[in-house]
Design a protein around this ligand. Structure first.
Ligand SMILES: Nc1ncnc2c1ncn2[C@@H]1O[C@H](COP(=O)(O)OP(=O)(O)OP(=O)(O)O)[C@@H](O)[C@H]1O
Length: 696
């Protein structure tokens, strides 16, 4: 089949409008997007390990005969299937199963399964492995080469991804002319970096050859990875250069501060700004008074008080008669900013609009009208704020929370929303500090301010690392005591296989278990599968002190601010990354009460997990943690969890790949000489189209 790279995905066999809709969520719209939708990691399902030779925490294929299958009613109802192969035995454990599955595990049948080996109470276990049952003893692994695992969304299985990529590899990748046409890397660099050609690289990443080393693939160390990493870094580099040159020709409204209004605002706050807050807010104010558009990143550790800086900048925009918006990455966080700003600005007689994708149509229409007419000067929300349907009368300042960068396309989208010839000033806020090396290369077009001081009276969060198996009861007792003393508690449930459904289920089960064991406490539950209204209701009860214990998934990771919460329990902390744990922990220690963070882990710990937990126990300083993160990850660990707040790269990792950064500029110069016509497509392929920013 001759597929063109720009064909829509619906040209692929088996992709109807419904599936296309799901793929759209991942911005996969064209054949080319499937080709560049690269595996997140790989699994080695080629070898079978004897049950007697299993090692904990490794994922592998095993084969065994069923001795017994039974449903047990412990802390959680589960189906246990014991298998053995003469050298040893293993238990398969499933929390979610149906009657048919239960019946299918007949004594004497064979099971071939793939999963992570974990130590259980009675020997090794696999939880929810992928499995096949057969009457005869099966042979060999599950696959003959490394199996790619794709980033995905609900309703698009790995099997489906394999089918789609099969088709694209067989169709489009043969279309050599097209690929040569989009090839950017001059030949001499391909050789210098051991980097394969684009065509070879894509093939090798989607379908690794037999015998390829898993470790190299996991750490993105193969030549194929190098090839695409360089391409992606180049794309970002070009995008940043564009953004810089655009900015040089742009004008923004110069905003004068209304000192009187600002003083009234400060008097109402109930606290005095720290020295760092005062300094940073002055830097911002100077930016906004200029005619050239500000692009400033404000970095400040968790709880350092970034919101008030944003509010003061927004006030300056309002004083100058322009509109201003605050955009947050999640609805939960946006909603919280909406409340805070409504309190602060309400007292000054300034009203605030709310806009998120799930806002009811009628409410949305009204807000849109008011933004278009200029009646509304301030709005808070999610990315819905910069969607194409939103028209501003005179947008002067955009504040973006928890984002490191502004994309060039986003800038273009915003430019369309301001009076002719003007662009809004932009401020971004982040709690994840940027290592210096990266700042020089990838953030060179941004001005950076740091809030390097916490509000007075904060006590350091005391962090304790606890084995879950033996001391869970003790932890639950501690939760009870804290709540009885009038404190509030977060209980964070683990990440499960990147599946929102399983995560929500686990959180629901935990909430049920804790309700039984902590009768008398008011327990709330929040996870990603709840409707936004439901989420907000639970959060508002928690905020009002009407919920003692909030059981949550990592949806509460960023920004949530409830100063009375002083205890946080994090389950399976060994599975999370440093930055993420630090963010989560930052939800406590926001009041004057001594706060605690209990990191529960499952034995045994890998060396890296041990190092991460130790770092958290030893320091509360986000900058130190960022450096440690670099050190631990630099030592070669690939973390499954995403990095909070960083630019979203598909294959590159600014920390892991920092050794490549110094050469990117030189390559860019060469590309501009040899294939300047390909630069637009390169940016589009990696950094995204205008729509990606607008609809994200
Ligand atoms: N100077 C100050 N003195 C006392 N309290 C302050 C001060 N500045 C901010 N606060 C309070 O500290 C808390 C944290 O502030 P804020 O939510 O702005 O932090 P943040 O920097 O956004 O943190 P995170 O990245 O964790 O969301 C809020 O309750 C805020 O009202």
């Amino acid at each position: 089949m001759a597929l063109a790279l720009i064909d829509p995905v619906t040209e692929l066999t088996g992709v109807g409008p419904q599936l296309a809709g799901k793929l759209e969520r991942l911005h996969v719209r064209r054949v080319q997007d499937v080709l560049f939708h690269l595996p997140l990691r790989y699994e080695d399902r080629t070898h079978v390990t004897e049950l007697g030779a299993l090692l904990p925490n490794l994922s592998t294929v095993v084969i065994g005969q069923i001795d017994v299958a039974q449903v047990v009613f412990g802390r959680r109802r589960s189906l246990l299937v014991h298998i053995s192969d003469g050298t040893g035995s293993l238990t398969i454990r499933m929390f979610y199963f149906n009657r048919a599955q239960e019946k299918s595990f007949q004594r004497g049948l064979w099971v071939k399964c793939f999963g992570e080996v974990r130590p259980g109470l009675k020997g090794y276990e696999m939880i929810h492995p992928e499995y096949r049952i057969s009457a005869d003893e099966p042979e060999g692994g599950l696959d003959s080469t490394l199996t790619p695992v794709y980033p995905t969304t609900e309703g698009v299985s790995q099997a489906l991804w394999r089918k789609l990529t099969d088709q694209v590899l067989a169709g489009a990748l043969q279309n050599v002319d097209e690929l040569v046409a989009i090839e950017c890397l001059p030949a001499k660099f391909q050789a210098a970096y051991e980097a394969a050609t684009l065509q070879e690289a894509l093939k090798a990443l989607h379908r690794p050859q037999a015998g390829v080393d898993l470790a190299a693939m996991q750490q993105a160390g193969s030549a194929a990875h190098q090839r695409l990493i360089i391409e992606e870094l180049l794309a970002h580099h070009f995008s940043i250069r564009r953004s810089r040159s655009l900015r040089a020709h742009e004008q923004a409204p110069a905003m004068r501060k209304d000192i009187d209004l600002e003083n009234r605002f400060l008097a109402n706050l109930g606290f005095t700004l720290t020295g760092a807050q005062t300094r940073v807010s002055q830097e911002v104010a100077q930016d906004l008074a200029n005619q050239s558009p500000a692009m400033r990143l404000i970095q400040g550790d968790v709880g350092s008080g970034k919101t008030v800086i944003a509010a003061m900048a927004m006030l300056q925009a309002v004083s100058a008669g322009t509109q201003t918006v605050l955009m947050a990455p999640t609805e939960l966080l946006a909603e919280q900013h909406f409340r805070t700003l409504s309190d602060w600005f309400g007292a000054l007689g300034i009203s605030i609009g709310w806009l998120a994708s799930k806002t009811p149509a009628k409410e949305k229409r009204q807000t849109l009208e008011q933004l278009a007419s200029g009646e509304l000067l301030v709005a808070v929300g999610t990315h819905a704020l910069i969607q194409e349907s939103v028209v501003y009368q005179n947008l002067g300042l955009v504040v973006i929370d928890e984002q490191h960068r502004f994309g060039v396309e986003q800038r273009l989208a915003l430019r369309a929303k301001t009076p002719a010839g003007k662009v809004p000033h932009q401020l971004a806020m982040t709690a994840t500090p940027i290592p210096r090396t990266l700042a020089m290369t990838f953030y060179a077009d941004l001005d950076v301010s740091s809030i390097d001081e916490l509000p007075p009276g904060r006590k350091v969060v005391e962090t304790v690392v606890i084995p879950a198996a033996s001391r869970r009861d003790e932890v639950i007792e501690r939760v009870r005591q804290a709540c009885q003393q009038g404190r509030q508690v977060y209980w964070v449930c683990p990440l499960i296989d990147e599946s929102e459904v399983l995560e929500a289920q686990a959180a629901t089960d935990t909430a049920e278990e804790l309700s039984k064991r902590l009768s008398g406490l008011r327990i709330g539950l929040v996870h990603g599968r709840l409707k936004s209204k439901e989420k907000e209701l639970v959060m508002s009860h928690f905020r009002a002190g009407e919920v003692d214990l909030l059981v949550a998934t990592t949806v509460i990771e960023v920004g949530v601010d409830v100063p009375n919460a002083s205890l946080m329990v994090i389950e399976n902390a060994e599975r999370m990354g440093l930055a993420q744990l630090h963010q989560l922990r930052g939800r406590v220690g926001r009041g004057s009460e001594q706060s605690f963070c209990l990191l529960l882990y499952q034995q045994p710990l890998s060396q890296h997990a041990k190092a991460r937990l130790k770092t958290l126990r030893e320091t509360n300083d986000g900058f130190v943690i960022a450096e440690k993160d670099l050190e631990i990850r630099g030592a070669g660990e690939l973390l499954g969890t995403r990095q909070t707040g960083s630019i979203s790269f598909k294959v590159a990792d600014l920390i892991r790949d920092q050794h490549l950064l110094p050469s990117i500029e030189g390559i860019a110069v060469a590309v501009e000489k040899t294939t300047p016509q390909n630069v637009d497509a390169l940016i589009e392929r990696w950094v995204g189209t205008k729509e990606d920013y607008v609809n994200a």
